[in-house]
Design a protein around this ligand. Structure first.
Ligand SMILES: C[S@@+](CC[C@H](N)C(=O)[O-])C[C@H]1O[C@@H](n2cnc3c(N)ncnc32)[C@H](O)[C@@H]1O
Length: 340
């Protein structure tokens, strides 16, 4: 179709990308996504109906979320160090921002009990380091949002955690494509933003489309970008995020980009690592926690990985120091930190 200069429908593009993935033609898959977005074909048109969609509230504060957020806090600490230049935090998949731990959704699988609550109980024994800093950020967010209880009643997602670390000179840009989480995000930030007056952009938009085509100007200067899985944009999250990573690094080679990925099996993880290596990105640090066991939700998902391109210098040592405590508190079966 492309050779005949006919514009294929989204479904043909997605089928083409899937075929390239299966045949391990990764560069071709990324090029197809490039031409699809360049032609302004909307990937959301390939989505399944709303009922089947991913709802982050089910996972909020669970072990996989907690691990991602601990790495994020380590990055924010260093990006927002007292004497560091201003930076922009870009959350490509913001979701709702803050989660009520007594809602029907969060109580459905009670993932937060295995995650943030386990950590919080265990940390009562230690009290300093990265895990303690992360928990202090979670508590601060509860206080800012008016929770009077000593127990945690709210769980801050990546946008709200970042908000606690940004300085007046920094900027936060939050993308959320789906209507419901976007409305929740807006409500969360109307409470968080009271009088703080930080530079905030809330965008009800597809971040991949914005990355490839205007009208929104991608920021310049220091950046910290968080890529979570798109889940329901299309089935293949790795391809989308490797694609986004390639684009981000073309736009701004020195950006610090943190990408979460699921640990399903060793083979898929190794495949993702080698695809990222083939982009020729700068230095890439990887941290993983294997959780094992049986899970009420997503039984196939064995753990949580974070891949950080252009990490700040102290991240490696910070993660090495935090992982033993984290592994013990989350009752994880394994963990590792390595350079790709
Ligand atoms: C895993 S959740 C994000 C969690 C959040 N980053 C956190 O750590 O608290 C993924 C979210 O991305 C949204 N999403 C999926 N594809 C998107 C896209 N292309 N642009 C913007 N948002 C997207 C989904 O609607 C969903 O709310």
């Amino acid at each position: 179709m492309l050779e005949a200069k006919l514009e294929p429908p989204v479904i043909s593009y997605i089928a083409g990308v899937r075929a390239c993935e299966v045949s391990e033609l990764w560069t071709k898959a990324l090029d197809l996504l490039d031409s699809m977005l360049g032609a302004r074909v909307d990937p959301a048109a390939a989505d399944s109906p709303r009922e089947g969609r991913y709802v982050h509230d089910f996972e909020a504060g669970g072990p996989k979320d907690v691990f991602k957020h601990i790495v994020l806090v380590a990055l924010l600490q260093q990006m927002a160090a007292e004497d560091a230049d201003p930076f922009t935090f870009i959350d490509m998949h913001a979701a709702s921002g803050v989660y009520d731990l007594s809602s029907e959704e969060t109580l459905r699988y009670r993932m937060f009990e295995r995650g943030v609550l386990r950590l919080s109980h265990a940390a009562a024994r230690s009290g300093e380091g990265l895990v303690a800093d992360y928990l202090a950020t979670v508590r601060r967010c509860n206080q800012v949002l008016g929770s009077s209880s000593r127990a945690l009643t709210l769980y801050p997602g990546s946008p709200a955690l970042a908000w606690q670390w940004l300085r007046p000179q920094d900027t936060i840009v939050l993308f959320e494509a789906a209507a419901e989480p976007y409305e929740a995000l807006r409500r969360s930030f109307s409470l968080l933003d009271r009088g703080v007056g930080r530079r905030l952009s809330l965008l009800h938009d597809d971040s991949y489309l914005r990355l490839t085509s205007g009208p929104w100007p991608w920021p310049s200067g220091r950046q910290l970008v968080l890529l979570d899985p798109p889940y329901d944009s299309v089935q293949s999250q790795h391809t989308w995020n490797v694609f986004a990573l390639r684009r981000l690094l073309q736009k701004s080679p020195s950006s610090c980009v943190a990408m979460w990925y699921p640990l399903v099996d060793q083979e898929r993880v190794a495949g993702l690592h080698s695809r990222v290596q083939s982009l020729g990105a700068g230095s890439v640090l990887v941290a993983e926690v294997w959780l094992g066991g049986s899970w009420p939700r997503g039984g196939a998902l064995q753990g949580s990985g974070m891949l950080v391109v252009n990490p700040p210098p102290a991240l490696h040592a910070q993660l090495l120091a935090a992982l033993p405590e984290l592994r013990e508190s989350l009752r994880a079966t394994g963990s590792r930190v390595l350079w790709l």
